[in-house]
Design a protein around this ligand. Structure first.
Ligand code: AMP
Length: 623
């Protein structure tokens, strides 16, 4: 229901307050902060006009840490106390890091456990969360100075492939930096938001992100303003730095061929290569001069030198399409992200492969931060409700196990998040004081065919007859996909709660398989569910009759006992292998046969009550 807006009588209409929220691209090499400053969303520069903050932190004893270019300048000189590329450490154990990196220029703190590694520095040991928080604090300071006020929230971007632990640590770092995280946003989704693609009704978007050291391709599907990541692929050691090395090697070979006796140090060659590469993004030929020697490099030659590297990036695009089962013609837009996508040879290769020019008019270094800033502005409430962006959906249904190992779906698949839904459950047995809750994910009817997410117990439920307790189970998925399940017995207020991250670590291929299996087994699953439900009803009736015979068996004649026993045996037999229709029919037959007995019991209890005792008291005595 829409809320009616009521104006205070005689009151003036105040101009809505512009709340301060920022978007943050916390990058491996560089980080950026952006905000809406009246007009559109823009990245915020430091005092010197620099927008990119190198993601490098220098720690020194008894002095504040240096963050950014100053720290970067000390990288070679004091590598033990200068931390770069910390993003690669988020959510990783020490053994994982050591397996992934052949060489690490610092020492791990031996007093820390494998699961929470920290780097030893002159200012004590620092873990990935603390280092990231130092980078974020620098960005916060920059933003607060520029915006002239304290920030109320931030949207922080993360790679689409980041798992649960990596996302959680990003959030922890933001909190440590004093930031309220409005949401974590996938980097490719942020890029698509920056280009305003979320305002379209539907489409498929490829985000091609080639930075200095890493390469990522993501395929997003957009339906009614909701983005879903269909597939991601990439190479964590492919980027512009490799191109610099290729050019540097070519330069060294050229000098050697020209009989140049003076050899240049590798660092100088790399500098020359990088500068030439940058110039070739805006001009076709470049003169390279060093040590009194000159050569020429043009884009044709550069294309030849980098053909293998560019081919690898295109192969990755091919793989992403294959993983998402889409063809080139299904792609509506290609977005370029990362400094290396300024290179015409990269743009041309991408345009040729997808058969259309990629979107390049937003600065490829800033596009992710800009998207995050737009999203932050909306989430903090600076935009009207109808421009609210829904960016994610729940990919698989979330539910709870009920009796008979059946699944009751609480949040169906494809529901837009954030979302909260509740349902009431009850106890199965008389006097039941504990309820086991099993949270599952998937489309199938049986628990065994779904993914188990978590188990927890609700204890101290007041003892009542079966079916009398009311347990309200609430499923809440926040904007980051974190699921909280709460179970509350409504009369006593007893509560239990658990949190799970259902969406991470769940590859799109697994989702696809789970959906496929649910389609293929839909018919069989429904019948299995019906059988299980029929068996449960039958079991409840059999238990109730056995209990009644134990208490009031003397009310039955021999013939009635025989008839009842016959119907009980028939139901017990059919329950094992019968269809749901057969089990329901046998349950109904037993119900009929036992109806006289039930009537006699009722008469007896009423008579007892009329003798001055309540039915409750009679029930209690006979329990
Ligand atoms: P990123 O990690 O996204 O900041 O990208 C950095 C990489 O982009 C480095 O390898 C840079 O050399 C490269 N890069 C930045 N600007 C250009 C340009 N104009 N032409 C070619 N490469 C560039």
């Amino acid at each position: 229901m829409a809320l009616l807006q009521i104006q205070e009588p005689g009151g003036k209409i105040a101009k809505p307050l512009h709340r301060l929220a920022v978007g943050i691209d916390l990058g491996t090499t560089n980080s950026l902060v952006s905000a809406s400053c009246g007009g559109g969303v823009e990245t915020i520069p430091d005092n010197g006009g620099e927008h990119l903050l190198p993601s490098v932190v220098y720690y020194q004893k008894d002095q504040p840490a240096l963050v950014g270019s100053e720290a970067k300048a000390l990288l070679v000189e004091d590598s033990m106390n200068t931390v770069a590329s910390i993003k690669r450490f988020l959510g990783k154990s020490q053994s994982e890091l050591q397996a992934e990196h052949a060489y690490l220029p610092f020492e791990f703190d031996p007093s820390r456990s494998d699961s929470s590694p920290a780097i030893m520095t002159a200012d004590g040991s620092k873990d990935a969360v603390q280092v990231s928080a130092d980078i974020l604090s620098e960005l916060v300071q920059r933003a607060e100075t520029c915006l002239k006020g304290p920030l109320e929230g931030a949207v922080v971007t993360v790679p689409a492939y980041f798992n649960d632990a990596q996302r959680q640590q990003t959030k922890d770092a933001a909190q440590l930096a004093g930031l309220k995280v409005l949401r974590l946003l996938n980097e490719p989704t942020a890029a698509a938001v920056a280009y305003g693609l979320d305002s379209e009704d539907q489409g498929n978007v490829v985000v091609f992100d080639l930075g200095g050291g890493t390469f990522d391709v993501s395929l997003l599907s957009l339906k009614k303003g909701v983005f879903e990541v269909l597939a991601t692929a990439g190479d964590t050691s492919l980027g512009g730095d490799d191109i610099d090395h290729i050019i540097a090697d070519w330069l060294a070979a050229q000098m050697h061929e020209a009989g140049q006796s003076e050899t240049l140090p590798k660092a100088r060659l790399l500098q020359l290569a990088n500068s030439a590469k940058h110039q070739l993004s805006t001009q076709d030929t470049v003169q390279i001069a060093a040590a009194g020697w000159t050569t020429e490099l043009d884009n044709k030659k550069l294309k030849q030198l980098t053909s293998e590297l560019v081919r690898r990036t295109i192969n990755t695009c091919r793989r992403v399409l294959r993983d998402a089962s889409l063809a080139i013609e299904d792609i509506d837009n290609v977005i370029m992200v990362g400094g290396s996508t300024r290179m015409p040879i990269v743009r041309d290769a991408v345009a040729e492969f997808f058969g259309k020019p990629p979107l390049t008019n937003i600065d490829p270094d800033k596009v992710v931060a800009v998207g995050a800033g737009i999203q932050a502005d909306v989430l903090i409430g600076n935009k009207s409700a109808n421009s609210f962006l829904l960016l994610d959906v729940n990919p698989l249904s979330l539910g709870i196990e009920t009796m008979g190992e059946l699944v009751e779906k609480i949040i169906p698949r494809n529901t837009s998040i954030p979302v909260a839904k509740a349902q009431e459950f009850t106890t199965f047995k008389d006097g039941q004081t504990v309820m086991s809750l099993h949270v599952v994910q998937g489309e199938r009817e049986l628990v065994a065919d779904c993914r188990s997410l978590a188990r927890f117990e609700l204890r101290e439920i007041p003892a009542m007859v079966a079916g009398a307790a009311k347990v309200r189970v609430t499923f809440q998925v926040d904007a980051d996909g974190l699921l909280s399940v709460t179970a509350e017995e409504t009369s006593s207020g007893k509560k239990a709660e658990i949190q799970v991250k259902p969406s991470y670590g769940l590859e799109s291929s697994v989702i696809e398989e789970m959906l496929q299996a649910s389609h293929e087994n839909a018919q069989a699953d429904m019948e299995t569910r019906s059988i299980k439900e029929a068996q449960l009803d039958a079991r409840q009736l059999l238990d109730a009759i056995a209990n009644a015979i134990a208490i009031d068996g003397e009310l039955l004649s021999e013939i009635e006992v025989q008839k009842l026993k016959g119907a009980i045996t028939a139901l017990e037999n059919i329950m094992i292998s019968g269809s749901s229709v057969e089990i329901n029919a046998a349950t109904e037959a037993l119900n009929l046969v036992s109806s006289d007995f039930a009537a006699k019991r009722m008469d007896l209890h009423i008579a007892n009550a009329l003798r001055g005792e309540s039915i409750d008291a009679v029930e209690k005595q006979t329990d």
